[in-house]
Design a protein around this ligand. Structure first.
Ligand code: FAD
Length: 552
């Protein structure tokens, strides 16, 4: 039985109920996914429970960079810079399709926060700490060269530029690929399975009571070890453990806006000074440009953080004051997303000053909670958590677990044939796609989306073209939907159009044109009754409530 197929979900749940697990991970964002992969690769039997879709929390709403952590240098977070910088290289090796090196331009401007010398010193320190490989060391550009690299820059303000490398990713897909790899190694990963309470024996947790949100039934799962990887919900999950209720998170919100590349025709990605002495990114992607982020304390709904008019106007102002030739307006915003950062509380610090470091908490009930951290550092965080579980396991059973080996485990989609460079793989698959009638642009997006699993999408595409069915989506969209249902536990239109493909952010026209056909197709493929269809539609509408462009 395929263990990550949406069609098999009820069988997978039933099978999970028969298993005896070593570890239950609560939360299916990147932190939980990383822990599940690490633990199963060391021989533990793992169950991961996620209240909604995988990566539907912060892990699908980040700036979508596997960072070198340059900005943490300013806060003297040297260990963090060193760790995420090195991790970036490992993630790139294990998932080359999801970590695309991208030259980022840091313009040095008159009265800006960085001078040429201070920026260079910072870059040298960063490259040394993060172990950046020589071919990716920064480059200093004269004013003329910086202008040639980015003609939209204002020549009156510009003094020089620095080019450095960041790696673009798709955060939600990174999380899905980690999970696919974990499931392949034996993990049971159940989405839409919300942990409601813990079960206790002599003061120790021995199980959880979880609600299957899709069938509205409750289930009990047991194990000796439990990890709370709830991201922004870490405190809420800790609250379920009656033995402690120390709130440890400070939540800050960050939003991103997306405009068409024609409205902001930057030639390349930039990281620049804002009028209020912060730094933001402008990043071209798939014919669009996204801009972010903000960083403000937040106390509202964690599931659906709002995007206020003030948030949007702030980012527009940052862009319009920096590039004096642009005049972006609210109506240019095609899409937005808002994420909340689960930061470990440090009273008295401003939102951008609080450390992004992770911290572990171990409670008398046996619950192990991991809070804070970065998408980029997920593997190291997982290693620390599983090392702790390994230590508990030795004390309890006398049995040692093997050391962490995830640095050497390719993620799903990351298995590029030995000896082949990713660029050659991309070229080969693009040529194959062209022969199938897929455009080069679409082919590139598909390769970055599915990596070495692309052949499976192609073969579905060929079958659809040979045997079209009534009511289908356009062949390429249909092929992706069928693949995601069959291989990626895609349970709803939001799962597909937001987290499996990123269409809501970067292909809004496709979403406008096909959102209801996606719903109809999923209803047929997953055998929904009218009530289930209405439920998925209502969820989809909640997910797009921030995006006016869809309704206009
Ligand atoms: P989440 O992804 O939120 O996962 C927690 C999961 O727990 C959720 O899916 C939730 O549904 C689930 N859950 C909650 N309650 C329950 C329950 N009762 N039962 C079961 N499941 C439950 N990092 C980078 O490295 N690069 C970046 O570019 C970057 N940019 C960022 C930009 C913004 C605006 C923000 C907010 C963060 C950014 N980060 C970035 C940080 C990074 O995104 C987060 O550190 C990371 O995604 C946190 O992952 P997580 O798994 O801990 O939390």
């Amino acid at each position: 039985m395929k263990k990550f197929s949406s069609i098999n979900r009820s069988h997978i749940v039933n099978e999970a109920l028969q298993q005896s697990f070593d570890l239950i991970v609560i939360g299916g964002g990147i932190t939980g996914a990383g822990i599940a992969l690490d633990a199963c690769s060391r021989g533990l039997k793992v169950l991961l429970l996620e209240a909604q879709d995988f990566a539907s929390g912060t892990s699908g709403k980040s700036t979508k960079l596997v960072h070198g952590g340059l900005r943490y240098l300013k806060q003297l977070e040297l260990r963090l810079v060193a760790e995420v910088g090195k991790e970036r290289e490992i993630v790139h090796r294990n998932a080359p399709h999801l970590t695309k090196p991208e030259k980022m331009l840091l313009p040095i401007i008159r009265n800006g926060s960085l001078g040429k010398l201070s920026a260079r010193v910072g870059m040298w320190m960063y490259e040394w700490l993060a172990g950046v490989k020589q071919e990716e060391w920064h480059q200093v550009l004269s004013k003329e060269k910086a202008l040639a690299a980015e003609p939209l820059l204002d020549p009156e303000k510009l003094l020089a530029g620095i080019l450095f490398y960041e790696y673009k990713t798709d955060d939600a897909r990174l999380c899905i690929e980690v999970l696919k790899q974990a499931v392949d190694k034996g993990v049971y990963a159940l989405s839409y399975m919300k942990v409601l309470s813990f079960l206790y024996r002599e003061g120790k947790i021995y199980g959880v009571n979880a609600l299957d949100v899709l069938s509205n039934t409750e289930h009990q799962f047991t194990a000796p070890y439990f990890v709370n990887a709830g991201g922004p919900w870490v405190d809420a999950i800790d609250d379920l453990d009656q033995q402690q209720n120390t709130h440890k998170l400070h939540i800050t919100k960050g939003i991103h806006i997306v405009v068409d590349a024609k409205k902001l025709p930057v030639k390349q990605a930039l990281y620049f000074d804002t009028f209020d002495k912060r730094m933001i990114f402008v990043i071209p992607r798939e014919g669009k440009v996204y801009i972010g982020t903000t960083d403000t304390f937040y106390e509202g709904d964690l599931r659906y953080p709002d995007v206020s008019l003030a948030d949007k106007n702030y980012l527009l102002k940052c862009v319009n004051t920096f590039f004096s030739s642009t005049a972006l307006e609210l109506s240019d915003i095609e899409s937005v997303w808002a994420g909340v950062r689960p930061l470990v509380n440090k009273p008295g610090k401003g939102p951008s000053e609080i450390s992004r470091k992770d911290e572990m908490f171990f409670y008398p009930s046996g619950l192990l909670t991991i809070a804070g951290g970065k998408l980029t550092g997920y593997r190291k965080m997982a290693q620390r958590v599983v090392d702790k579980i390994a230590a508990l396991h030795v004390s309890a059973t006398g049995k040692r677990l093997p050391a962490c080996n995830t640095a050497n485990i390719s993620l799903s989609g990351g298995t590029i044939p030995a000896g082949k460079k990713f660029s050659d793989f991309l070229k080969e698959k693009t040529e194959q796609a062209l022969r199938l009638g897929i455009s080069a642009e679409e082919a590139k997006n598909l390769v970055y989306r599915f990596g070495s699993n692309i052949d499976q999408v192609f073969s579905i595409f060929i079958t659809i073209q040979q045997k079209p069915e009534p009511g289908q989506l356009p062949a390429l969209l249909e092929a992706q939907l069928l693949y995601c249902i069959d291989q990626e536990m895609c349970m709803s239109p939001s799962d597909f159009l937001i987290r499996r493909t990123g269409y809501l952010y970067f292909h809004i026209d496709q979403v406008k044109a096909h959102q209801f056909t996606v719903l109809e197709r999923m209803a047929v493929l997953l055998n929904w009754n009218n009530e289930q269809k209405d439920w998925h539609l209502a969820n989809w509408e909640k997910d797009i409530q921030l995006i006016n462009a869809i309704r206009s």
